[in-house]
Design a protein around this ligand. Structure first.
Ligand code: BT5
Length: 239
């Protein structure tokens, strides 16, 4: 079932169930105005990067925003991540960004962002945020939810409203002052100054995370040599 309504002027398409809000958003991207949001109560085939699956049972916030910026910019993921960080702060939760597309709290992932699109046509900013949904056993060591952290069920609609408000704000900053967006990303990126390992396909690179550059890439110090990383999975090295 599809229901359309507006919150703070934004057109929202609400679905009970969908394979993936990103997939759905792609199919309608050409017909709808920029800023249209697709929200689903549950996803049956929620996706992460590289075809990994994203667990999306009822109770969480699973949504995609259709955007039409000049190009598909990976920094859109930071628009999503900062909006999530601010939304969590509104509910008393302090979080940080794990480059390039996660939001973490106390060593656990609470949100993942997936940016997809077609150059010159549209970009889809997909956001998954664990709110009241259960965390499956296999993810318990690495994932958390707002409910788990606050000890109470949260009003999903309020979380959505706040998230849309912050998305609107950070998207404007991205378009008009990308330097300010990136300054905030640096402030919130908790891996900077720490030893990390970056895995990209078969490649494994270890070094110290120095900076997030203006184009969104990660600068690593590998034994005195600097390397720019454009894509990958980062984990903190404890020893
Ligand atoms: C991401 O990928 O973190 C991006 C997730 C984007 C999900 C949203 S939901 C709305 C929209 N529609 C979609 O179909 N997708 C977007 P990645 O960095 O590849 O991380 C994926 C990994 O996160 C998985 O391999 C699991 O280890 C872990 N994971 C899966 N579900 C999770 C959850 N609910 N909470 C925390 N971690 C999870």
């Amino acid at each position: 079932m599809e229901k359309t309504e507006r919150i703070t002027g934004v057109r929202i398409i609400r679905l009970d169930e969908v394979d993936s809000t990103n997939e759905y958003a792609k199919t309608i991207a050409h017909e709808v105005p920029e800023g249209t949001v697709v929200v689903a109560k549950r996803q049956t085939a929620g996706r992460g990067r590289k075809g990994r699956s994203w667990t999306s049972p009822e109770g969480g916030l699973w949504m995609s925003v259709i955007m039409k910026p000049p190009r598909v910019d990976p920094r859109l993921a930071f628009v999503g991540a900062l909006a999530v960080v601010d939304t969590l702060a509104d509910f008393g939760i302090f979080s940080g960004i794990k480059w390039p597309n996660d939001v973490w709290v106390n060593g656990r992932k609470i949100s993942g962002i997936l940016v997809e699109g077609k150059a010159g046509e549209y970009s889809i900013l997909g956001i998954g945020l664990n709110v009241n949904n259960p965390i499956p056993e296999e993810l318990r060591n690495n994932a958390t939810s707002m409910m788990e952290l606050t000890g109470a069920k949260l009003p999903l609609e309020e979380v959505l409203k706040k998230l849309l408000m912050h998305l609107d704000g950070w998207y404007r900053v991205f378009l008009e002052r990308p330097d300010l967006l990136m300054a905030k990303v640096r402030e919130k990126t908790f891996i900077l100054g720490k030893p990390v390992t970056v895995i990209e396909g078969e490649k494994r690179i270890s070094g110290t995370a120095l900076d997030v550059l203006d184009d969104g890439s990660l600068l690593l110090d590998i034994g005195g040599q600097l390397k720019r990383i454009v894509y990958g999975d980062v984990s903190l090295r404890l020893f």
